[in-house]
Design a protein around this ligand. Structure first.
Ligand code: TEU
Ligand code: CA
Length: 578
């Protein structure tokens, strides 16, 4: 049998540079800030870091609009700073992943600037240009009815050259034409090898399944009749040549022994996911599936800020479905995560903020869930201290993300400023907006939470709760959320075959309040019991715990409370049975 690659049993800590640590008081986090926190990161017990886009960018989408792959966004620092992070991380035994954003570039990238110069520009075909369509009365229309992820038509009219270009995301994020081999070669060289040569260990690969588009660009079916434009990711995700492209890209990664985690939206069928991560395919090491984090969101992807009724049976079914990829039953691999920079905070979604006690209990309970699932574990900055969503009463002016603001403005326009509709939208954003994950990291109780200097104007407002919820306060407290995460990550490394690679078994799939499951490996198993409610719940642990000897590995209540038939509010326990 083959040796397990390093990333399978690993925990990877995700860093959002703008919001992690500001070293020079301009209110924006930066690379020197990250460099100064590497000892803290190491102390968590993680194995690697993934840094969100640090590239030169006009920042319409927080760096997911890259203007130059080989340069660093000046407020973040320099290429030398990245080299310093790579070196200092490696010295500490931490590996480094960078973000790879290659479905689109910024409209300020030199390639696009050249492409838009004229229809005969040598780089015209590096992007996706199409002629307009005209109605009988001469009204100009885009080539098809696709809606972009951030609202409006996915096509933008270019007055100078009288054609439309495709942008699945913001207007300022034109999609690259992957059909052109010359373009692909340029991407591999500039976006990938430039950084691989500097010794990074891998990439998180943005929107990994959108590079190959069906060249017919046919209209999407109308599912939202009120809207002129329709969002149907199945028309541009998992396209006809995607696996050919990723195999080609995989050859370059192989040369450097780099790992990849691909972001894989709109791919519900496991057989389709496996095509990306099957080891023999040599495409990607693992993927982020959206099943779990999409639980409780509206069906419509753009308007996913609309919460619908969340149920535990639906949630656990999503867990079950995705666990099968990392339990040895296939040659694929996947990930376990509850948060990232595009998701609201997990405690605010599935835990409780009602009292400080329930907050702490539920943060630990959710840690026990994500930390005992198979796959590579990802922890998002601030998750390790139980950071929560921005307060509900913050005005819309505190929201900065274009996804949130476009959505809010769309509702405003559609309803003619209707106060009830706007209030509902505001509530939805307070639950699910991407902004919540982007609030500054809370390091201590000084003004600006130690994220920046005390007088700085931070790019996003610091959460009101930073005086009580911060790293410093939790550091020496053995009962803190932070201490709990450290213990969890330590134990996960002691039992990788159970935690990272075990076979998941849902013991009681229909239970509405308690998530009871097992992780099995040979003659050992974990029994995980999690109360997802603020009330006491009765359970029966005698059967799952029966047979062998048992040991409690993790729990969020003190000694003496370990009843085998009652779980306290948000109580969680992890047993080892052998
Ligand atoms: O996200 C891709 C993606 O699929 C998003 O549409 C996701 O569903 C959305 O953010 C949820 O609201 C990636 C990045 O993670 C995101 O930050 C970027 O905005 C996006 O790509 C464009 O590069
Ligand atoms: Ca700064």
């Amino acid at each position: 049998t083959q040796e397990t690659p390093w990333w399978k049993n690993a925990t990877i800590y995700q860093i959002y540079p703008a919001s992690y640590k500001d070293s020079n008081g301009d209110g924006i986090g930066d690379l020197q800030g990250i460099l100064g926190q590497l000892d803290y990161i190491k102390s968590l017990g993680v194995d690697a870091i993934w840094i969100c886009p640090h590239y030169d960018s006009p920042q319409h989408d927080m760096g997911y609009d890259v203007a130059n792959y080989e340069a660093v966004y000046a407020p973040y620092g320099t290429v030398e700073d990245v080299e310093a992070i790579i070196e200092a991380s490696h010295k500490r035994g931490l590996r480094v992943l960078l973000d790879l954003v290659i479905n689109h570039t910024s409209d300020e990238h030199a390639w696009f600037k050249e492409s838009r110069l004229s229809k005969t520009s040598p780089k015209r075909d590096w992007y996706i240009w199409r002629p307009a369509k005209y109605d009988a009365d001469g009204t100009r229309r885009p080539p098809n009815n696709w809606r972009g992820f951030f609202g409006g038509s996915a096509w933008e009219w270019d007055e100078a050259t009288q054609e439309y270009y495709l942008h699945l995301f913001a207007v300022q994020q034109p999609d690259v034409n992957w059909e052109n081999p010359e373009t692909r070669a340029a991407i591999y060289e500039s976006a990938m090898e430039f950084w691989l040569r500097k010794g990074i260990d891998g990439f998180r690969v943005d929107t990994v399944n959108m590079y190959s588009k069906d060249q017919s660009f046919r209209d999407a079916p109308v599912i939202d009749p009120k809207n002129e434009f329709q969002l149907d990711p199945s028309l541009f995700c998992n396209g006809p040549r995607i696996h050919e492209f990723l195999r080609e890209m995989g050859q370059i990664l192989l040369k450097y022994g780099a790992c990849t985690v691909g972001e894989l939206p709109a791919t519900p069928e496991i057989v389709d996911v496996l095509k990306y991560v099957s080891a023999k395919e040599q495409q990607l090491s693992m993927v982020f599936q959206f099943d779990i984090v999409d639980s409780g969101k509206g069906r419509d992807l753009q308007y996913q800020t609309t919460p619908r009724n969340w149920t535990l049976p639906d949630f656990r079914e999503r867990v079950r479905r995705t666990q099968g990829l990392s339990d040895g039953s296939t040659d694929g691999w996947s990930t376990s995560f509850l948060e990232n920079h595009d998701q609201a905070r997990s405690v605010s979604r599935w835990g409780s903020e009602k009292t400080p006690e329930l907050w702490s209990l539920s943060a630990k309970m959710l840690a026990m869930l994500v930390g005992t699932l198979s796959g590579t574990l990802y922890v998002y900055q601030g998750q390790e201290i139980g950071m929560v969503n921005a307060p509900e009463d913050w005005p819309i002016s505190e929201y900065k993300d274009l996804d949130s603001l476009n959505y809010y403005n769309y509702v405003k326009e559609q309803t003619g400023n209707h106060p009830i509709a706007l209030k509902a939208t505001k509530t939805a954003l307070a639950h699910l907006a991407r902004d919540h994950a982007r609030l500054p990291m809370q390091w201590d109780d000084t003004p600006n939470a130690g994220f920046s200097t005390e007088n700085a104007k931070t790019w996003m407002r610091v959460h009101d709760n930073y005086k009580t919820l911060n790293v410093e306060r939790q550091t020496d407290d053995p009962s803190s959320v932070l201490s709990f995460w450290r213990e969890l990550l330590r134990i996960r490394h002691v039992h990788p075959m159970l935690f990272a690679q075990g076979v998941f078994k849902d013991t009681d799939p229909s239970h509405e309040s308690v998530f009871l499951f097992e992780k099995i490996s040979d003659d050992q198993k974990l029994v995980v019991a999690l109360n997802f409610t603020g009330e006491r719940q009765s359970i029966d642990l005698t059967e799952p715990l029966g047979g062998g000897s048992r040991k409690t590995l993790l729990k969020n209540y003190e000694e003496g409370s370990e009843s085998l038939d009652i779980l306290q509010p948000y109580e969680g326990r992890v047993y080892l049975v052998e």
